[in-house]
Write a protein that binds this ligand. Structure first.
Ligand code: SF4
Length: 302
């Protein structure tokens, strides 16, 4: 066997093990039951910075409220922002609403299947564009997010990460064009179920072909069995926390005095947070997520 044959054999084994695993053990996620590009668009925007478990109920409620591009495009922004509460990063809701308006006006209400046209929409980067093109339309564009990047770097290079250019080339080499839709979702499941930051190699479909697996035992200290994983630091007090609180307060009223909003948003926080919250209110205004009448000193959701 030549080195090239060996490489091909390695890729072939890796691909078939991962796709087999996906057929048997894939996560049943609501957006995977749909090939409607609008549904995929909504799910991908929601998933950009929010965990799957939090997205599922929100996704279903959002689509019940805004079932088509046209319904979303003609909705009031304040209703979209309200529906977004609980997902965090409200500016994503704003960008999705703007996306829907552009799709309705320029694309006849049909989400484009072309990666460049998708990338021209607000808030749609390369990953999201490729995910929509491949998951909704089966186009051969590898959708590589942080998690897929981690799996590929480990399996193919035996490292936690490699440069973006190297990874792009490698991802294109292993990408099975005829299984575009399933391949990236399968890698996402490998990442979610096994290849987390602390890998769980046992039962991983890539185990036999993974160049990182032999390093795992000695590279990562084991926790005593039964002990819990360290919890992520709470995000209370972060800009995201206060932005969410500001939107939540405004969503319950028509409009309110700016001073009252600042005081309610600051509730229970140290005195010094006042200036920071005022500047976050101004950020939200600049992003178009809220409006302020400076003369009357009142604020509201558009
Ligand atoms: S074998 Fe281990 S390191 Fe390799 S992909 Fe699977 S979980 Fe990750």
């Amino acid at each position: 066997m030549t080195p090239l044959d060996e490489q091909d054999e390695h890729v072939r084994l890796f691909r078939s093990a991962v796709l087999r695993f996906y057929s048997r053990h894939r996560r049943d996620l609501p957006w995977r039951r749909s090939q409607d590009a609008y549904h995929i668009l909504v799910s991908e925007v929601m998933l950009q910075q929010t965990q799957v478990n939090r997205v599922i109920p929100k996704y279903e409620r959002f689509l019940a409220r805004f079932p088509t591009v046209h319904v979303l495009a003609s909705a009031r922004l304040r209703d979209v922002v309200r529906a977004w509460i609980g997902l965090g990063y409200n500016s994503r809701g704003l960008r999705l609403w703007r996306c829907a308006k552009i799709i309705a006006q320029r694309h006849g209400g049909v989400v484009p299947d072309d990666v460049e046209q998708l990338r021209a929409l607000p808030g749609i980067g390369t990953y999201t564009a490729c995910a929509i093109a491949s998951f909704a339309y089966g186009k051969p564009h590898p959708a590589i997010d942080t998690n897929v990047r981690r799996v590929l770097s480990r399996v193919l290079f035996g490292r936690d990460s490699v440069s973006a250019a190297v990874l792009r080339r490698a991802a294109a080499r292993v990408f099975p064009a005829r299984a575009a839709r399933r391949w990236c979702q399968a890698l996402m499941d490998v990442a979610a179920l096994h290849c987390r930051s602390s890998p769980r190699c046992e039962g991983c479909p890539a185990l036999m072909t993974c160049r990182f697996a032999p390093k795992v035992a000695r590279a990562l200290p084991r926790r005593p069995s039964g002990s819990a994983a360290p919890r992520k630091a709470a995000f209370a007090g972060s800009p995201r926390f206060f932005r969410g609180r500001i939107i939540r307060i405004l969503s319950g009223v028509g409009s309110m005095p700016v001073a009252r909003l600042l005081s309610e948003a600051k509730d229970g926080s140290p005195k010094a947070e006042g200036a920071r919250i005022a500047s976050l209110v101004d950020d939200l205004r600049r992003e178009g997520l809220l409006r302020i009448d400076r003369r009357r000193r009142r604020v509201w959701l558009p």
